[in-house]
Design a protein around this ligand. Structure first.
Ligand code: ADP
Ligand code: ZN
Length: 519
């Protein structure tokens, strides 16, 4: 590493040492090579192109899809005394002309450009006349049509390589499983680039998954363990956000709502309070969080299941960016699985895409129901091996008990069959437990051979059985019929006694857990 790089790191950026693979990445670019960088959020990606841009002759061109982030970055660079600017649709003609003049005069170290702007003939022309240190393609996963942030214009960025073959390029992303990574390399013609894949582990985040028992009590109990902390509570819908924020406020918590249905001014004000003050709890849909860089977020709670394991990783990754202990808490139940399957199935996406989304949801369910180390299961999805026994997830800290649920599953499945595969879990549980409800009477279900065969387990335990059957793909919630449970291709093997099933023992009652934690 040249002394000049260390000097810049310390005196311009104010960091004592490089982190992770930053030094190697910077070396690669300074030497004129290409790089593909996978680093988790908060890992320090920006420095990987900012510093080489300062070391090489000319201006570093950064392609970034998020206009708000561009402005933040440029402001932060100005504070460090770096000559940076951006070109995007928020500038008027005069301001843009100023930036162009500065670029041509060699007065800029870094220039951020939105991809659609870069691809215009005018901008290409401008770059032809400028001296370019490097191209940085931020959020490179936007090139993948399978990702959630697909941007068609990213596909056209191969022009960088074709038009300026001698300029080194660096593509960066925080989200990419192995197939996406290969797609990025291919689509951006970075086949020969050196790949730098950092560990995605966030050792300071403690993962915890609990089963929903309805109501806000559970969340309030969790928040009691984080009194005065800043945190984010993610909910599935705007309605849930509004009602949860209200309930938390009523309980004396400094909670604010955030979702796309609110007016822009209130949203911005809430975001500002969250960023600037201590101890604000933001209750939000996933509309909140992209580009939020608050280092001391102490917890991220999901009161509904996220849409995919990647989404879960991204959202929980906003906790503990300062490296101090933080907690990721997720409460989920059967209703979530039904909702999300429904959302995917009824979506506009094509069959292939739906299959993929269902697979990602299944991966998340596997994570939720796992009795092993959560970290191992989470990192496994990103193709990263982890030995397990991390010592910082619920399963490692309090190993769950499991029980042989083969017999219970058979009873449950028979009862689903006898009631005609037309009902949701609540009613089937009533039948199993021999409850005399109105609905049971209406359908004459007390006359079924399966009525009352499940009185050995309580409703909570049965609910766990059904949740795990659905999570494991042994039952399916029929979207067309309001979540009625029905058989899948896998079900028969259980009924024939060909499969043994191990189920997680349901967590003890919340009261006891609270005392446990306090002690
Ligand atoms: P990313 O883009 O990967 O999410 P950033 O580039 O925004 O991450 O960096 C995250 C935080 O880490 C920033 O606050 C940044 O100042 C800090 N950081 C980056 N590199 C270092 C380093 N070598 N030492 C200390 N802090 C660093
Ligand atoms: Zn663990």
């Amino acid at each position: 590493m040249p002394d000049a790089a260390l000097d810049l790191l310390r005196h311009t950026f104010g960091h004592p040492a490089f982190r992770g693979e930053q030094a190697q990445i910077i070396d690669q670019l300074v030497a004129g090579g290409d790089a593909l960088v996978l680093m988790p959020t908060g890992g320090g990606k920006s420095l990987c192109y900012q510093l080489p841009a300062l070391l090489r002759a000319g201006c570093g061109i950064v392609i970034s899809p998020l206009i708000a982030l561009m402005q933040d970055q440029v402001e932060a660079l100005h504070q460090l005394g770096v000559r940076a600017a951006y070109l995007n649709s928020t500038l008027d003609a005069a301001a843009a002309a100023d930036v162009e003049r500065a670029l041509l005069a060699g007065e800029l170290d870094l220039l951020y450009i939105a991809p659609e702007r870069l691809l215009t003939a005018r901008c290409m022309d401008l770059l032809d006349r400028a001296s370019i240190a490097l191209f940085a393609i931020d959020e490179a996963h936007c090139v993948s049509q399978w990702g959630h942030d697909f941007r068609p214009e990213y596909r056209k960025l191969t022009v960088l390589h074709e038009r300026w073959p001698e300029v080194p390029r660096i593509a960066l992303t925080a989200t990419a499983d192995t197939p996406t990574r290969n797609e990025i390399a291919e689509r951006l013609s970075l086949g020969d680039a050196r790949q730098f894949v950092s560990s995605f582990d966030r050792p300071n985040i403690r993962y915890r998954v609990v089963h929903k028992d309805g109501g806000t009590r559970q969340l309030l109990d969790f928040l009691l363990t984080h009194r005065g902390d800043s945190g984010i509570v993610y909910a599935f819908s705007r309605k849930r956000v509004d009602s949860t924020a209200e309930q938390l406020r009523a309980a004396g918590i400094d909670a604010l709502p955030y979702h796309a249905g609110m007016d822009a001014a209130t949203r911005a004000a809430n975001q500002r309070r969250f960023l600037q003050e201590d101890g604000v709890v933001m209750v939000a849909t996933i509309a909140f969080g992209m580009g939020i860089d608050k280092p001391d977020v102490r917890f991220v709670a999901h009161i509904d299941l996220p849409k995919s394991i990647e989404g879960y990783y991204q959202e929980t990754g906003r906790a503990g960016r300062d490296g101090e202990p933080a907690e990721a808490w997720l409460a989920y139940g059967l209703g979530d699985v039904v909702n999300l399957r429904q959302l995917i199935n009824q979506g506009e996406a094509g069959a292939e895409r739906k299959q993929l989304e269902l697979r990602k949801l299944d991966a998340l369910l596997g994570f939720c129901e796992s009795t092993g180390c959560r970290r191992q299961s989470l990192l496994g999805w990103f193709g990263e091996g982890h030995p397990g026994a991390c010592g910082n997830c619920d399963n490692c800290l309090e190993p769950p008990h499991s029980w042989d649920g083969t017999e219970a599953a058979r009873k449950a499945l028979s009862c689903v069959y006898r009631t005609g595969q037309r009902f949701g879990a609540a009613h089937v549980i009533d039948v199993l437990r021999g409850s005399e409800t109105e609905k049971v009477a209406k359908f004459g279900h007390e006359r079924l051979s399966t009525w009352g065969i499940g009185s050995d387990l309580d409703a909570r335990q049965w609910s766990g059985v059904f949740r795990q059957l659905v999570a494991g793909g042994l039952l399916e919630a029929d979207v067309e019929r309001h979540g009625a449970l029905c058989f899948t291709a896998e079900t028969a093997a259980v009924l024939r006694g060909e499969r043994t099933l191990l189920f997680r023992t349901e967590a003890p009652k919340p009261e006891r857990r609270r005392r446990d934690r306090a002690g």
